[in-house]
Design a binder for this molecule. Structure first.
Ligand code: NCD
Ligand code: ZN
Length: 345
């Protein structure tokens, strides 16, 4: 039995670091675990310009102790008004690593999202030409569609034609939750990859209704049936370079989760690698965690692998029920539970 595992320093290819007091409260958790992170742009207002992304990047770095070795990789939030020149210039200047597509009204702060992705063809053509990845929140927003079907319907209605229309565009289907998404990504060209969160490897939709309504198990895309969890987990542990780590850590203050209409999002940053280790370990695939966490992502993005390592060890760890205070008090994933892995400092 492996009790200690040392892997190349990993990256988080999908995280919400927020802004202001919440940024200050959460940024260190991600920087402790990861060398780089793709930072989601769904602030209020969203990050749509080079200036806004550069300023946000500065605020992230300022929120960390001086000298912290952490590189935030910034994203541009696509809107119907997205401008190909601004996006290409931002990519060229090293400010925008990728663009994020939120279908309008799909999730938190996505009111500004895109109503018709095909209307953005000039932007997508430019991204394709310069090798800039498109990161997709893959759910339809049609309220007639059952919430558990919205990812699969998005794949049929939008993603399949999108991949056909832009065959050289790098596309990451973010936080996949279904067997349909796994099959789609596996069958797609090498330009298409997916990120996988720890929660979608560890919980199915029963967790949201376990003896009562469990707001801290609610995120978007919502966890699906067990058969889907198993398919997503098999993809993550398969060793395929198309699947890589993206936590989708999405902190919301306790009061915003425990409410009549609670926000979507699971805060997993404090125990992200530990959570992945639990799943890979249970599946006898710890030898594949390094590829998933530290190699497949940079290779897809065309970025160098990190130097240095992190070490995980088998240990009994009590995860706090709440992390932080006041408005930044957040219930973490596994809050109040005991887990079997620890990231060694
Ligand atoms: C995210 C958030 O809170 O910003 N929530 C979530 O459940 N994942 C938004 C998102 O990425 O969908
Ligand atoms: Zn997200």
């Amino acid at each position: 039995m492996t009790d200690r595992l040392t892997i190349r320093r990993p990256d988080d290819w999908h995280v919400h670091l927020r802004d202001g007091a919440m940024l200050a409260a959460v940024a260190g958790w991600t920087a402790r675990q990861f060398a780089r992170a793709i930072v989601m742009p769904n602030l209020t207002p969203p990050v749509t310009t080079i200036a806004a992304a550069a300023a946000y990047r500065d605020r992230i770095i300022a929120a960390l102790p001086a000298g912290t070795a952490f590189t935030p990789l910034m994203t541009c939030y696509l809107t119907d008004a997205a401008d190909a020149d601004e996006i290409a210039r931002g990519h060229g200047e090293g400010v925008f690593t990728a663009c994020k597509l939120y279908p309008a009204h799909a999730t938190t702060n996505s009111a500004h999202g895109v109503t018709d992705i095909f209307a953005l063809a000039p932007v997508l053509e430019r991204m394709q030409a310069i090798g800039m990845p498109l990161l997709v929140h893959g759910e339809v927003t049609d309220r007639e569609v059952d919430i558990f079907d919205r990812e699969a319907v998005f794949i049929d209605r939008t993603l399949t034609p999108l991949v056909k229309a832009f065959p050289a565009l790098k596309i990451v289907l973010e936080h996949i939750t279904t067997a349909e998404a796994v099959a789609f990504v596996n069958d797609a060209p090498d330009t298409v990859a997916a990120t996988i969160t720890p929660q979608h490897m560890l919980i199915n939709r029963n967790a949201i209704f376990d003896g009562g309504i469990r707001p801290h198990a609610y995120c978007l895309p919502v966890a699906k049936r067990e058969v889907h969890r198993a398919a997503v987990r098999a993809a993550a542990t398969s060793g395929s370079p198309k699947f890589f780590l993206g936590t989708d850590s999405a902190p919301h203050g306790v009061a915003r989760k425990e409410a009549a209409c609670g926000c979507a999002g699971i805060f997993n940053a404090p125990i992200a690698l530990e959570s992945y280790a639990i799943a890979f370990d249970e599946d006898g695939a710890l030898d594949r965690l390094e590829g998933f966490a530290s190699e497949h992502g940079p290779r897809f993005y065309g970025l160098p692998l990190n130097d240095g390592t992190v070490t995980l060890e088998r240990a009994t760890v009590a995860v706090p029920a709440v992390i932080g205070e006041g408005d930044t008090a957040v219930v973490p994933f596994h809050g109040g539970e005991t887990i079997g892995w620890r990231l060694v400092d």
